[in-house]
Design a protein around this ligand. Structure first.
Ligand SMILES: Nc1ncnc2c1ncn2[C@@H]1O[C@H](COP(=O)(O)OP(=O)(O)O)[C@@H](O)[C@H]1O
Ligand SMILES: [Mg+2]
Length: 360
């Protein structure tokens, strides 16, 4: 945390559009999976990207990484890494960036580790190619250091293991270790701990936070777990059906959500001081991409929706500095929820006693 909030962001995504091509030969138009998404992340900061399953979080991340899924292409917007538009890069340039300046940790590290090569071989090769270290002994020594850094027990002998011989948590640590080695300015972590149990989940995220504190990494953390957002993120962007509906500092958004979707999500988390309060889960399902042609995509599920909402998509407005909301009828700003104290963030109930919020 450099304390200089006016510094340029490490990553600025502006009006990102990602579209899925229709099946070959089909007369249908491409379907927008991500529709005008904008956010930015500064050095040493973490942005939480949240929303129900299918809201476009992964497509957003993969598009930023230059790795959109099959049949999906980035059709608009800018992806600025320290001001440099990644959309103008060649695939080879993007690949080089992913090795060095942009790290990624995905839900299943098996997808980024080669199952046929030992962990040691993968880490030493990474040092050889990315850091141009020739000496095998030097590479191995560094690999042992790295594994030790992410607290893999007996790292010397563990270098000889294959990925499948590691637990999910250990594989995720290896993925973090490999990212650490490259010292990326930006790290995109898409549900990095969803497959892991709660204790391991916190260990992994603590490790990421440690790395961030040392190196000032900007992190985009995708999660459907709002407790993790509260604990690890500075800012939060709430996605619904391909768009960001609300964005702002975590404390402010959690204390006083303005978009009905955000308050629905938060309503599913028990309030700390009202443990008996019934959990509200937003009724209904998110729409399929492309199924709502006009108006707010949340309108069919929204308790505040009226004719305005189905007529036209709401513009994104800034109800308070640093916050944005795309809603015709945002939740009113109530005085009682204003100015969240530092204590509200610190007063955390043990996480394992709280349910996860949305199905994802
Ligand atoms: N390759 C693809 N082709 C067509 N549709 C896709 C493809 N990948 C994802 N989608 C659709 O895009 C939407 C957003 O998906 P995704 O970004 O994976 O959601 P999330 O990560 O928020 O759960 C979903 O409706 C999903 O079915
Ligand atoms: Mg996803």
């Amino acid at each position: 945390m450099n304390g200089k909030t006016e510094a340029a962001p490490v990553l600025a995504v502006e009006g990102l559009i990602a579209e899925a091509a229709p099946p070959a030969g089909s007369p249908q138009a491409p379907v927008r999976l991500v529709d005008g998404v904008s956010f930015s992340v500064h050095a040493g900061r973490t942005l939480g990207l949240v929303g129900e399953s299918g809201s476009g979080k992964s497509v957003t991340c993969l598009s930023v990484l230059g790795l959109p899924p099959a049949r999906v292409r980035v059709a608009g917007g800018r992806i600025l890494l320290r001001g440099d538009d990644l959309r103008s890069k060649t695939p080879a340039e993007l690949q080089a960036l992913r090795g060095r300046e942009v790290g990624m940790i995905l839900q299943d590290p098996m997808t980024s580790l080669n199952p046929l090569l030992t962990i040691g071989r993968q880490i030493t090769e990474m040092f050889r190619y990315r850091a141009n270290i020739e000496s095998r002994t030097e590479c191995e020594a560094r690999a042992v250091d790295l594994l030790r850094r992410v607290r893999i027990p007996a790292p010397e002998s563990r270098l000889k293991s294959y990925p499948h011989q590691f637990s999910g948590g250990m594989r995720q640590r290896v993925a973090i270790a490999m990212n650490l080695a490259c010292n990326p300015g930006l790290l995109i972590a898409d549900e990095p701990t969803t497959a892991l149990d709660i204790t391991v989940r916190l260990q992994i995220l603590d490790l990421l936070r440690e790395m961030q504190a040392e190196r000032g990494t900007a992190i985009v953390l995708v999660t459907h777990d709002l407790h993790l957002v509260r604990r690890y993120c500075d800012n939060v962007a709430v996605m619904y059906a391909g768009r960001i509906v609300e964005q702002g500092p975590v404390e402010a958004v959690f204390a006083q959500p303005r978009h009905p979707y955000t308050s629905g999500l938060l309503g599913a988390v028990p309030r700390l001081r009202q443990p008996q309060r019934r959990l509200t889960v937003i009724p209904g399902q998110p729409p399929l991409p492309g199924s709502i042609a006009q108006g707010c995509r949340f309108a069919p599920r929204c308790p505040r929706a009226d004719a305005d909402c189905t007529a036209q998509y709401p513009a994104t407005v800034e109800p308070q500095p640093g916050r944005s909301v795309a809603c015709w009828h945002p939740e009113p700003a109530s005085a009682s929820a204003a100015a969240p104290s530092a204590a509200s963030r610190a007063a955390s109930v043990p996480l394992e006693r709280l349910p996860l919020t949305t199905a994802s």
